[in-house]
Design a protein around this ligand. Structure first.
Ligand SMILES: [Zn+2]
Length: 83
């Protein structure tokens, strides 16, 4: 289990490898951090953080990030642009 490795792969433009173990962990993190299921967010194309529809992304990378973190563009900006 190595989340940072997944991020590296993501940035390298490769599909992240997600074992069932990692899936479970991410689900667990999502439930604890946001009180929302990543699974359900994914099925409904929603953001796991704010619960709003996550259908528009700035670019490929952002869209790929959603597939991993289930964060919408707005929340991705909040998370990744810590200024
Ligand atoms: Zn959001």
């Amino acid at each position: 289990m190595n989340i940072l490795k997944n991020f590296d792969l993501m940035l390298a433009g490769k599909p992240p490898e997600k074992s069932p173990e990692v899936e479970r962990l991410l689900e667990e993190i999502g439930m604890r951090a946001f009180g929302r299921s990543r699974e359900l967010a994914s099925v409904g194309a929603q953001c796991v953080c704010c619960g709003k529809p996550a259908t528009e992304f700035r670019d490929q990378l952002s869209h790929r990030e959603y597939q991993i973190s289930k964060l919408c563009q707005v929340c991705q900006d909040k998370v990744f642009n810590e200024e």
